[in-house]
Design a protein around this ligand. Structure first.
Ligand code: CP
Ligand code: NVA
Length: 306
C-alpha cells in the first residue's frame, strides 16, 4: 500500500513515537543507511526553501537514494500541464515526490493521480514535516511529551495547524495564542481536540498573549506573514505587535521554558533578537532535527522502519 504524508493526521500515535525514536537514532549516528537504496525521490518546490529542501536532499542521500530537484518553473506544470498528468508521468520515473506548494488540494491531487508516496513539504494548510522536528526537539528536552505545555504565539497558520495536531496526538497541552482575526482553522482545532481526548492532552485557543504563555514549558512562534502573504505584511505588523515573543512574554512561561521557531526568523517582529539568540532558544537543534525526522519519515513510508 502506498503511504503519503500530506498532514500529521496520516500518523497514529504509535507510529509517531516510533518515528521519533528512529529520528533519535539518526541524530546519534549519521552513518549512511540503505533504506532508500536504488530509489529516486523528486523534490518540487513552488515556494522558496532553505531547510526543507536541503535537509530532504541530504536525508535521501544518506539513506542511499537519489534526490532529484525539479524546479516547478522548469516543469511543464508551470506552463499549464495538469497536476494529474504530472503525477501520472512522474510516477513512472521516480519512487516518491516531496512537494512544497500553495494549496493542499494540489498535494491531494498528486497523491490521487500518482502511484508513488507524496510528502507535503509545506502547503498553505500544513507543514507536517516541521512538526516532526518540533516534537523531536521538545522530546529531547522533556523526555516524555505527554503533559508538556506548549504555547504557540502568532498566526494560526500551516505551522500552527501541524503542531496542534502533533501535540494533541502525543498528549501535550497546546495553546494557540493568536491575534483577533488570525485563528487556526476551526476544523483543525476540532480534530485536534478529538485526538487529545484519547491521548490525555488538550487544545486551547486565546487572543491573550500573557494568559496563553503563562506557565508554558515551550513557547513557539512563526512569521507574521507567510509565503504568499507578503502584501499583507504591513497591515499585519500593527495587529501582531502585541504578540512578539520578547523577554517579558517569555518571563511569564515556566522558569525552564524553551523557545522554538521553525525559521526563517524576523528578529524584532515575531521574536526579539535577545530571545532567539538567547539561552532558552533551541532553534538550531530544531532545524537540525528536520534532517533526522525526515530520514525516519522516509523509512516509515518505504517500509524500512520496523
Ligand atoms: N522551516 C522551514 O520549512 O524552512 P524552509 O522554508 O527554509 O524550508
Ligand atoms: N508559515 C511560514 C512557514 C515557513 C517555513 C510560511 O508558510 O511561509
Amino acid at each position: 500500500m502506498i503511504r503519503h504524508y500530506l498532514t500529521v493526521a496520516e500518523l497514529t500515535a504509535t507510529e509517531l513515537e516510533g518515528l521519533l525514536d528512529r529520528a533519535d537514532e539518526h541524530r546519534a549516528d549519521r552513518r549512511p543507511r540503505d533504506g532508500l537504496a536504488g530509489r529516486t525521490i523528486g523534490l518540487i518546490f513552488e515556494k522558496p526553501s532553505t531547510r526543507t529542501r536541503v535537509s530532504f536532499e541530504v536525508a535521501i542521500n544518506e539513506l542511499g537514494g537519489t534526490p532529484l530537484v525539479l524546479s516547478s518553473r522548469d516543469l511543464q506544470l508551470g506552463r499549464g500541464e495538469t497536476i494529474a498528468d504530472t503525477a501520472r508521468v512522474l510516477s513512472r520515473y521516480v519512487h516518491g515526490l516531496v512537494v512544497r506548494t500553495f494549496a493542499q488540494h494540489r498535494l491531494e491531487q498528486l497523491a490521487e493521480h500518482g502511484t508513488v508516496p507524496v510528502v507535503n513539504a509545506l502547503s498553505d494548510h500544513s507543514h507536517p514535516c516541521q512538526a516532526l522536528a518540533d516534537l523531536q526537539t521538545m522530546r529531547a528536552r522533556f523526555g516524555d511529551l505527554a503533559g508538556v505545555r506548549l504555547a504557540y504565539v502568532g498566526d494560526g497558520n500551516n505551522v500552527a495547524h501541524s503542531l496542534l495536531r502533533a501535540g494533541a496526538l502525543t498528549g501535550m497541552h497546546v495553546t494557540i495564542v493568536h491575534p483577533e482575526g488570525h485563528p487556526p482553522q476551526a476544523q483543525v482545532v476540532a480534530e485536534a481536540e478529538q485526538v487529545a481526548t484519547v491521548s490525555g492532552g488538550s487544545v486551547a485557543t486565546t487572543t491573550e498573549p500573557q494568559d496563553g504563555v503563562k506557565g508554558a514549558h515551550a513557547v513557539y512562534t512563526d512569521v507574521w506573514a507567510s509565503m504568499g502573504q507578503e502584501d499583507e505584511h504591513a497591515a499585519r505588523v500593527g495587529r501582531f505587535a502585541p504578540y512578539q515573543v520578547d523577554v517579558d512574554l517569555v518571563a511569564l512561561a515556566d522558569s525552564d521554558a524553551i523557545v522554538l521557531h521553525c525559521l526563517p526568523a524576523h528578529r524584532g517582529e515575531e521574536i526579539a533578537a535577545e530571545v532567539i539568540d538567547g539561552p532558552r532558544s533551541v532553534v538550531w537543534d530544531q532545524a537540525e532535527n528536520r534532517l533526522h525526522t525526515q530520514k525516519a519519515l522516509l523509512e516509515l513510508l518505504y517500509g524500512a522502519l520496523s
